[in-house]
Ligand binder design. Structure first.
Ligand code: CA
Length: 368
Protein backbone atom coordinates (compact mmCIF):
# COMPACT_ATOMS: atom_id res chain seq x y z
CA UNK A 1 0.00 0.00 0.00
CA UNK A 2 1.27 3.43 -0.86
CA UNK A 3 1.83 5.79 2.07
CA UNK A 4 -0.77 8.28 0.87
CA UNK A 5 -3.44 5.62 0.58
CA UNK A 6 -2.87 4.68 4.19
CA UNK A 7 -2.58 8.02 5.97
CA UNK A 8 -4.23 10.28 3.40
CA UNK A 9 -7.34 8.21 2.93
CA UNK A 10 -8.17 6.49 -0.27
CA UNK A 11 -6.56 8.55 -3.02
CA UNK A 12 -7.23 7.44 -6.56
CA UNK A 13 -6.33 8.84 -9.94
CA UNK A 14 -9.53 9.65 -11.80
CA UNK A 15 -10.85 11.12 -15.02
CA UNK A 16 -9.54 11.31 -18.54
CA UNK A 17 -5.85 11.75 -18.88
CA UNK A 18 -5.00 9.96 -15.62
CA UNK A 19 -1.28 9.55 -15.51
CA UNK A 20 1.41 7.69 -13.62
CA UNK A 21 3.16 4.42 -14.30
CA UNK A 22 0.00 2.35 -13.77
CA UNK A 23 -1.63 4.28 -16.62
CA UNK A 24 1.32 3.93 -18.93
CA UNK A 25 1.74 7.69 -19.17
CA UNK A 26 4.35 9.94 -17.55
CA UNK A 27 3.18 12.91 -15.52
CA UNK A 28 4.38 15.42 -12.98
CA UNK A 29 3.57 15.13 -9.29
CA UNK A 30 1.27 18.16 -9.60
CA UNK A 31 -0.72 16.62 -12.41
CA UNK A 32 -1.12 13.38 -10.49
CA UNK A 33 -2.21 15.21 -7.34
CA UNK A 34 -4.59 17.44 -9.28
CA UNK A 35 -6.46 14.45 -10.60
CA UNK A 36 -6.45 12.42 -7.43
CA UNK A 37 -9.59 11.92 -5.37
CA UNK A 38 -9.38 11.80 -1.60
CA UNK A 39 -11.93 10.00 0.52
CA UNK A 40 -11.57 10.97 4.14
CA UNK A 41 -13.31 10.23 7.40
CA UNK A 42 -14.13 12.95 9.93
CA UNK A 43 -14.81 11.93 13.53
CA UNK A 44 -16.77 14.28 15.78
CA UNK A 45 -17.88 14.57 19.40
CA UNK A 46 -21.48 15.42 18.56
CA UNK A 47 -24.66 13.42 18.99
CA UNK A 48 -26.17 12.51 15.58
CA UNK A 49 -27.94 15.48 13.96
CA UNK A 50 -27.16 17.96 16.78
CA UNK A 51 -28.19 21.41 15.45
CA UNK A 52 -25.30 23.80 14.91
CA UNK A 53 -22.33 21.63 15.84
CA UNK A 54 -23.41 18.29 14.36
CA UNK A 55 -25.28 19.67 11.35
CA UNK A 56 -22.48 22.23 10.93
CA UNK A 57 -19.93 19.42 10.63
CA UNK A 58 -22.08 17.76 7.95
CA UNK A 59 -22.55 21.06 6.08
CA UNK A 60 -18.81 21.74 6.28
CA UNK A 61 -18.05 18.33 4.74
CA UNK A 62 -20.68 18.85 2.01
CA UNK A 63 -19.24 22.30 1.18
CA UNK A 64 -15.76 20.81 0.75
CA UNK A 65 -17.08 18.08 -1.52
CA UNK A 66 -19.01 20.55 -3.71
CA UNK A 67 -16.24 23.15 -3.82
CA UNK A 68 -13.67 20.53 -4.77
CA UNK A 69 -15.87 19.06 -7.49
CA UNK A 70 -15.82 15.76 -5.63
CA UNK A 71 -12.03 15.52 -5.41
CA UNK A 72 -12.17 15.58 -1.61
CA UNK A 73 -15.09 13.75 -0.02
CA UNK A 74 -15.49 13.49 3.74
CA UNK A 75 -17.64 10.98 5.59
CA UNK A 76 -18.81 12.40 8.92
CA UNK A 77 -19.18 10.24 12.05
CA UNK A 78 -21.18 11.25 15.14
CA UNK A 79 -19.57 10.82 18.53
CA UNK A 80 -19.12 7.14 19.38
CA UNK A 81 -19.75 5.85 15.85
CA UNK A 82 -16.12 5.33 14.85
CA UNK A 83 -14.31 6.40 18.03
CA UNK A 84 -15.57 7.49 21.48
CA UNK A 85 -16.93 11.06 21.56
CA UNK A 86 -14.09 12.40 23.71
CA UNK A 87 -11.26 10.73 21.75
CA UNK A 88 -11.29 12.71 18.51
CA UNK A 89 -7.87 14.29 19.08
CA UNK A 90 -6.10 10.94 19.61
CA UNK A 91 -7.90 9.27 16.73
CA UNK A 92 -6.84 11.93 14.23
CA UNK A 93 -3.35 12.21 15.70
CA UNK A 94 -2.86 8.47 15.16
CA UNK A 95 -4.41 8.52 11.68
CA UNK A 96 -7.48 6.43 12.56
CA UNK A 97 -9.40 9.23 10.79
CA UNK A 98 -8.01 12.03 8.63
CA UNK A 99 -10.11 14.79 10.25
CA UNK A 100 -11.83 15.64 13.51
CA UNK A 101 -14.43 18.19 14.63
CA UNK A 102 -14.78 18.92 18.35
CA UNK A 103 -13.76 21.39 21.07
CA UNK A 104 -10.08 21.39 22.02
CA UNK A 105 -10.72 21.52 25.77
CA UNK A 106 -11.86 17.89 25.78
CA UNK A 107 -8.14 17.10 25.49
CA UNK A 108 -6.88 19.21 28.37
CA UNK A 109 -5.58 16.08 30.15
CA UNK A 110 -3.11 15.48 27.33
CA UNK A 111 -2.58 19.07 26.10
CA UNK A 112 -3.43 21.60 28.85
CA UNK A 113 -2.67 24.58 26.58
CA UNK A 114 -5.29 23.36 24.07
CA UNK A 115 -7.93 24.94 26.29
CA UNK A 116 -7.01 28.38 25.00
CA UNK A 117 -8.51 27.41 21.66
CA UNK A 118 -11.95 26.65 23.06
CA UNK A 119 -12.55 29.08 25.89
CA UNK A 120 -10.91 30.76 28.86
CA UNK A 121 -13.13 31.76 31.80
CA UNK A 122 -13.69 35.54 31.74
CA UNK A 123 -11.56 35.55 28.58
CA UNK A 124 -12.22 36.72 25.04
CA UNK A 125 -15.67 36.86 23.47
CA UNK A 126 -16.46 35.53 19.99
CA UNK A 127 -15.33 38.63 18.10
CA UNK A 128 -12.16 38.91 20.13
CA UNK A 129 -11.07 35.29 19.84
CA UNK A 130 -11.59 35.36 16.07
CA UNK A 131 -9.50 38.54 15.97
CA UNK A 132 -6.76 36.98 18.09
CA UNK A 133 -6.70 33.72 16.13
CA UNK A 134 -6.70 35.28 12.65
CA UNK A 135 -4.76 38.49 13.27
CA UNK A 136 -3.12 38.31 16.71
CA UNK A 137 -0.87 35.27 16.27
CA UNK A 138 -3.27 32.75 17.87
CA UNK A 139 -3.50 30.42 14.88
CA UNK A 140 0.29 30.25 14.48
CA UNK A 141 0.69 29.25 18.15
CA UNK A 142 -2.12 26.70 17.84
CA UNK A 143 -0.58 25.10 14.75
CA UNK A 144 2.86 24.96 16.35
CA UNK A 145 1.43 23.36 19.52
CA UNK A 146 -0.63 20.79 17.60
CA UNK A 147 2.25 20.08 15.22
CA UNK A 148 3.82 18.17 18.11
CA UNK A 149 0.86 15.79 17.90
CA UNK A 150 0.94 15.36 14.12
CA UNK A 151 -2.12 17.60 13.71
CA UNK A 152 -3.01 20.73 11.73
CA UNK A 153 -5.83 22.70 13.46
CA UNK A 154 -8.22 25.39 12.21
CA UNK A 155 -11.17 27.17 13.84
CA UNK A 156 -14.34 25.84 12.28
CA UNK A 157 -17.21 27.10 14.39
CA UNK A 158 -18.17 29.39 17.19
CA UNK A 159 -21.23 29.35 19.45
CA UNK A 160 -20.92 32.85 20.87
CA UNK A 161 -21.21 33.40 24.61
CA UNK A 162 -22.84 30.40 26.24
CA UNK A 163 -25.17 30.07 29.24
CA UNK A 164 -23.91 29.30 32.77
CA UNK A 165 -26.05 26.18 32.82
CA UNK A 166 -29.10 24.38 34.17
CA UNK A 167 -29.56 23.89 37.91
CA UNK A 168 -32.15 21.90 39.82
CA UNK A 169 -32.23 24.53 42.55
CA UNK A 170 -31.95 28.29 42.78
CA UNK A 171 -28.46 29.76 43.23
CA UNK A 172 -28.85 32.74 45.57
CA UNK A 173 -25.24 32.99 46.77
CA UNK A 174 -21.90 31.16 46.69
CA UNK A 175 -23.09 28.91 49.53
CA UNK A 176 -25.61 27.31 47.17
CA UNK A 177 -22.80 25.96 45.00
CA UNK A 178 -21.29 23.82 47.75
CA UNK A 179 -21.73 20.11 47.15
CA UNK A 180 -23.52 20.42 43.80
CA UNK A 181 -22.52 17.81 41.23
CA UNK A 182 -22.20 19.54 37.88
CA UNK A 183 -21.32 18.61 34.32
CA UNK A 184 -18.92 21.35 33.27
CA UNK A 185 -15.73 20.57 31.30
CA UNK A 186 -12.52 22.52 30.80
CA UNK A 187 -11.08 25.24 32.98
CA UNK A 188 -14.60 26.30 33.96
CA UNK A 189 -15.00 22.90 35.57
CA UNK A 190 -11.81 23.34 37.53
CA UNK A 191 -12.97 26.76 38.73
CA UNK A 192 -16.32 25.34 39.82
CA UNK A 193 -14.56 22.49 41.62
CA UNK A 194 -12.58 25.01 43.68
CA UNK A 195 -15.79 26.90 44.42
CA UNK A 196 -17.13 23.76 46.11
CA UNK A 197 -18.82 21.98 43.19
CA UNK A 198 -18.14 18.33 42.28
CA UNK A 199 -17.10 18.65 38.63
CA UNK A 200 -17.75 15.98 35.98
CA UNK A 201 -17.12 15.86 32.22
CA UNK A 202 -19.75 14.04 30.16
CA UNK A 203 -20.37 14.01 26.40
CA UNK A 204 -23.55 15.76 25.23
CA UNK A 205 -25.37 12.46 24.72
CA UNK A 206 -25.30 11.75 28.48
CA UNK A 207 -26.39 15.15 29.85
CA UNK A 208 -30.17 14.69 29.64
CA UNK A 209 -30.27 11.31 31.37
CA UNK A 210 -27.77 12.41 34.04
CA UNK A 211 -29.90 15.45 34.95
CA UNK A 212 -33.10 13.44 34.79
CA UNK A 213 -31.82 10.65 37.04
CA UNK A 214 -30.21 13.05 39.49
CA UNK A 215 -26.73 11.70 38.73
CA UNK A 216 -25.84 15.41 38.37
CA UNK A 217 -27.57 18.42 39.97
CA UNK A 218 -26.52 20.87 37.30
CA UNK A 219 -25.08 20.90 33.79
CA UNK A 220 -23.84 23.39 31.28
CA UNK A 221 -23.98 22.49 27.61
CA UNK A 222 -24.12 25.39 25.16
CA UNK A 223 -27.00 27.86 25.04
CA UNK A 224 -30.72 27.96 24.28
CA UNK A 225 -30.45 26.62 20.70
CA UNK A 226 -28.63 23.42 21.65
CA UNK A 227 -29.96 23.02 25.17
CA UNK A 228 -33.57 22.97 23.96
CA UNK A 229 -32.63 20.42 21.28
CA UNK A 230 -31.31 18.12 24.04
CA UNK A 231 -34.48 18.73 26.09
CA UNK A 232 -32.60 20.06 29.11
CA UNK A 233 -35.46 22.45 29.91
CA UNK A 234 -37.59 19.41 30.70
CA UNK A 235 -35.23 18.07 33.39
CA UNK A 236 -34.03 21.24 35.20
CA UNK A 237 -35.84 24.44 36.09
CA UNK A 238 -33.26 27.17 36.66
CA UNK A 239 -31.34 28.41 33.64
CA UNK A 240 -28.51 30.77 34.56
CA UNK A 241 -26.50 33.29 32.59
CA UNK A 242 -23.97 34.46 31.51
CA UNK A 243 -21.54 31.75 30.37
CA UNK A 244 -18.62 33.25 32.29
CA UNK A 245 -16.65 30.06 31.61
CA UNK A 246 -17.23 30.01 27.83
CA UNK A 247 -17.50 33.56 26.53
CA UNK A 248 -16.64 32.75 22.91
CA UNK A 249 -15.95 29.03 22.54
CA UNK A 250 -14.47 27.83 19.27
CA UNK A 251 -14.78 24.43 17.66
CA UNK A 252 -11.69 23.02 16.02
CA UNK A 253 -11.13 21.10 12.84
CA UNK A 254 -8.04 18.94 13.26
CA UNK A 255 -6.39 17.31 10.28
CA UNK A 256 -3.85 14.53 10.47
CA UNK A 257 -0.61 16.12 9.28
CA UNK A 258 0.31 13.25 6.95
CA UNK A 259 -3.14 13.45 5.39
CA UNK A 260 -2.77 17.25 5.09
CA UNK A 261 0.61 16.87 3.41
CA UNK A 262 -0.85 14.35 0.96
CA UNK A 263 -3.22 17.01 -0.45
CA UNK A 264 -2.26 19.16 -3.43
CA UNK A 265 -1.88 22.86 -2.60
CA UNK A 266 -5.21 23.85 -4.14
CA UNK A 267 -7.14 21.41 -1.94
CA UNK A 268 -5.23 22.64 1.11
CA UNK A 269 -6.28 26.20 0.25
CA UNK A 270 -9.85 25.09 -0.37
CA UNK A 271 -9.93 23.45 3.07
CA UNK A 272 -8.62 26.64 4.72
CA UNK A 273 -11.33 28.73 3.03
CA UNK A 274 -14.07 26.22 3.92
CA UNK A 275 -12.90 26.32 7.57
CA UNK A 276 -13.25 30.12 7.59
CA UNK A 277 -16.67 29.90 5.97
CA UNK A 278 -17.81 27.30 8.52
CA UNK A 279 -16.53 29.47 11.36
CA UNK A 280 -18.68 32.38 10.20
CA UNK A 281 -21.70 30.26 9.30
CA UNK A 282 -21.81 28.45 12.64
CA UNK A 283 -21.68 31.70 14.60
CA UNK A 284 -24.50 33.15 12.51
CA UNK A 285 -26.60 30.02 13.00
CA UNK A 286 -26.13 30.18 16.78
CA UNK A 287 -26.99 33.87 16.94
CA UNK A 288 -30.22 33.15 15.08
CA UNK A 289 -31.09 29.86 16.78
CA UNK A 290 -30.38 31.15 20.30
CA UNK A 291 -32.71 34.12 19.81
CA UNK A 292 -35.62 31.87 18.82
CA UNK A 293 -34.96 29.22 21.46
CA UNK A 294 -34.60 31.79 24.27
CA UNK A 295 -37.93 33.27 23.25
CA UNK A 296 -39.45 29.80 23.66
CA UNK A 297 -37.82 29.29 27.07
CA UNK A 298 -38.93 32.64 28.47
CA UNK A 299 -42.55 31.68 27.65
CA UNK A 300 -42.20 28.26 29.35
CA UNK A 301 -43.82 28.35 32.84
CA UNK A 302 -41.52 25.52 33.99
CA UNK A 303 -38.30 27.43 33.26
CA UNK A 304 -36.76 30.39 35.06
CA UNK A 305 -34.04 32.27 33.20
CA UNK A 306 -31.94 34.08 35.81
CA UNK A 307 -28.63 35.95 36.13
CA UNK A 308 -25.98 34.49 38.42
CA UNK A 309 -25.69 36.67 41.53
CA UNK A 310 -22.82 39.17 41.53
CA UNK A 311 -21.08 37.52 44.50
CA UNK A 312 -21.03 34.19 42.62
CA UNK A 313 -19.57 35.83 39.51
CA UNK A 314 -16.99 37.71 41.58
CA UNK A 315 -15.83 34.50 43.27
CA UNK A 316 -15.68 32.60 39.97
CA UNK A 317 -13.70 35.44 38.38
CA UNK A 318 -11.19 35.47 41.25
CA UNK A 319 -10.71 31.69 41.12
CA UNK A 320 -10.49 31.78 37.31
CA UNK A 321 -7.45 34.05 37.54
CA UNK A 322 -5.80 31.71 40.05
CA UNK A 323 -6.47 28.65 37.88
CA UNK A 324 -5.06 30.34 34.77
CA UNK A 325 -1.94 31.53 36.59
CA UNK A 326 -1.32 28.07 38.04
CA UNK A 327 -1.73 26.52 34.61
CA UNK A 328 0.88 28.91 33.20
CA UNK A 329 3.25 28.24 36.12
CA UNK A 330 3.34 24.48 35.48
CA UNK A 331 2.96 24.29 31.69
CA UNK A 332 5.37 26.29 29.47
CA UNK A 333 3.07 26.04 26.45
CA UNK A 334 0.16 27.50 28.45
CA UNK A 335 2.42 30.32 29.67
CA UNK A 336 3.41 31.17 26.12
CA UNK A 337 -0.14 31.14 24.79
CA UNK A 338 -1.52 32.94 27.86
CA UNK A 339 0.90 35.81 27.23
CA UNK A 340 -0.33 36.28 23.66
CA UNK A 341 -4.01 35.75 24.59
CA UNK A 342 -3.86 38.15 27.55
CA UNK A 343 -1.94 40.76 25.62
CA UNK A 344 -4.69 41.03 23.03
CA UNK A 345 -7.54 40.82 25.54
CA UNK A 346 -6.03 43.64 27.60
CA UNK A 347 -5.69 45.83 24.52
CA UNK A 348 -9.22 44.97 23.37
CA UNK A 349 -11.09 45.86 26.56
CA UNK A 350 -11.15 49.63 26.01
CA UNK A 351 -12.43 49.20 22.47
CA UNK A 352 -15.17 46.75 23.53
CA UNK A 353 -16.30 49.20 26.23
CA UNK A 354 -16.88 52.01 23.75
CA UNK A 355 -18.28 49.80 20.97
CA UNK A 356 -20.22 46.54 21.60
CA UNK A 357 -20.82 47.07 25.32
CA UNK A 358 -21.77 50.75 24.99
CA UNK A 359 -24.04 50.06 22.06
CA UNK A 360 -25.85 47.14 23.72
CA UNK A 361 -26.38 49.28 26.82
CA UNK A 362 -27.68 52.13 24.66
CA UNK A 363 -30.10 49.81 22.91
CA UNK A 364 -31.82 48.97 26.20
CA UNK A 365 -32.23 52.58 27.39
CA UNK A 366 -35.88 53.43 27.93
CA UNK A 367 -37.26 56.19 25.72
CA UNK A 368 -40.36 56.62 27.86
CA1 CA B 1 -20.28 24.56 27.05
Amino acid sequence: MKRREFVGGLAVAAGLGACGSEHGKDCTAGEAAGEAEFRWNMVTSWPPGLPGLGTGAAKFAADIERASGGRLTIKVFAGGELVPALEVFDAVSRGVAQMGHDPSYYHRGKVPAAQYFTAIPFGQNANEINAWVYYGGGLELWQELYGEFNLVPFPVGQTGVQMAGWFNKEIRSVADLIGLKMRIPGLGGEVMQRAGVMQVTLPASEIFTSLQSGAVDAAEWVGPYNDVSLGLHRVAKYYYYPGWHEPGPMIECVINKDAWNSLPVDLQELLKVCCRAANLDTQAEYTYGNALALEQLTKDPNVKVLPLPDDVLALLKKISREVIEELSAKDPWSARIQKSFDEFQTRSIANQLVSEQAYLNARTISTG
